[in-house]
Design a protein around this ligand. Structure first.
Ligand code: UDP
Length: 242
C-alpha cells in the first residue's frame, strides 16, 4: 500500500530511502513497467502550473521527495515524509545492486558522448555493472521509434531517462506502453554527474541539506530555477489556508 502526501496536487511518497530502494529492486523483478519520478520543489511547482504534467507525475508508482524543500512542505502540511530521498542516491543504490545480479541498465539522455563516458565511469565504480546501451538526449520525435527499439532490444531491465524535467517524465509517460524495461526513472542531470562533467556537492553540503546552495554557487546561471523555491513554499502555505 502506498502512503503519500498531497503537495500542490502531487502525490509524494512517505517513504524512506531504504524502502524506496527495496521497492525499486522489487519492480526490477516484476513483469510490466514500473515508473519512479523524483520531484523536487521546482518540478512540483511546474506541475502545479501544468495540469498535464501533474497527471504524468501522479501516474508514477513512486514519487520520491527529492529536495529538502519537499520535506519542509510535507511538515507544513502536517503530513511529513520520513526523509529526503534524492533520485541520484536511489539510482546509485540500484546500480550497485544490479552490478551484483547482472540486470542491465540503459543510459538515455545528456549531450552526445556523455552517456558513453558515464558508462565507463560507472563500470569502474560498480564492477560487474551491465550497461546494456546508451543514447544521447538530443533527438526529434521521428527518432522515438528507433530509440525505443534500441532500448527494448538491449534487454535492459532498468532505464535511466536523463532529459531534464518535465521532458523526461513526459517522455516516459508517452511511451510507457511501448517500453519493455521493468523500471524507468527520470533522474535529470545524473549522467553528467556520473560522467564527471558536473560535480555532486561535497558530503558536508549534502548532510546539512545545503546541496541546492552548492549547486547555486557552482552554477549561478541556475538563479531563475532557484527562484521556484520561495514560490513553491508560498504556494504550499496558500494551499493549506484554502
Ligand atoms: N537534456 C537532454 N535533452 C534535452 C534537454 C536536456 O538530454 O533535450 C539533458 C541535459 O543535457 C542534462 C539533463 O538533461 O544532462 C538535465 O540536467 P539538469 O541539470 O537540468 O537536470 P536536473 O537534475 O536539475 O533536473
Amino acid at each position: 500500500m502506498r502512503e503519500t502526501v498531497d503537495i500542490l496536487g502531487v502525490a509524494v511518497d512517505k517513504i524512506s530511502a531504504g524502502s524506496a530502494q527495496k521497492k525499486a529492486e522489487r519492480y526490477l523483478r516484476t513483469p510490466g513497467l514500473s515508473v519512479i519520478f523524483t520531484p523536487n520543489p521546482e518540478i512540483i511547482m511546474a506541475a502545479h502550473e501544468d495540469p498535464a504534467f501533474k497527471e504524468v507525475l501522479n501516474s508514477a508508482d513512486i514519487c520520491t521527495p527529492d529536495g529538502i524543500g519537499v520535506v519542509y512542505a510535507s511538515k507544513m502540511i502536517h503530513n511529513p515524509v520520513p526523509e529526503r530521498v534524492p533520485g541520484f542516491d536511489l539510482t546509485c543504490g540500484l546500480l550497485q545492486s544490479i552490478s551484483k545480479t547482472g540486470e542491465g541498465v540503459f543510459l538515455f539522455g545528456a549531450k552526445p558522448g556523455i552517456a558513453e563516458t558515464a558508462k565507463e565511469k560507472l563500470q569502474e565504480k560498480y564492477p560487474g555493472l551491465v550497461v546494456s546501451g546508451t543514447h544521447d538526449g538530443y533527438f526529434t520525435d521521428d527518432d522515438n521509434t528507433r530509440i525505443i527499439k534500441e532500448i527494448n532490444d538491449s534487454g535492459a531491465k532498468l532505464l535511466l531517462v536523463c532529459l531534464g524535467a518535465p521532458k523526461q517524465e513526459k517522455w516516459i509517460y508517452a511511451h510507457k506502453d511501448e517500453l519493455q524495461v521493468q523500471l524507468a526513472m527520470g533522474v535529470g542531470g545524473a549522467l553528467d554527474v556520473f560522467a564527471g562533467n558536473v560535480k555532486r556537492a561535497p558530503q558536508f553540503f549534502i548532510k546539512c541539506n545545503l546541496e541546492w546552495l552548492y549547486r547555486f554557487i557552482k552554477q549561478p546561471s541556475r538563479l531563475r530555477r532557484f527562484s521556484a523555491l520561495p514560490k513553491f513554499m508560498l504556494a504550499v502555505k496558500k494551499s493549506i489556508k484554502s
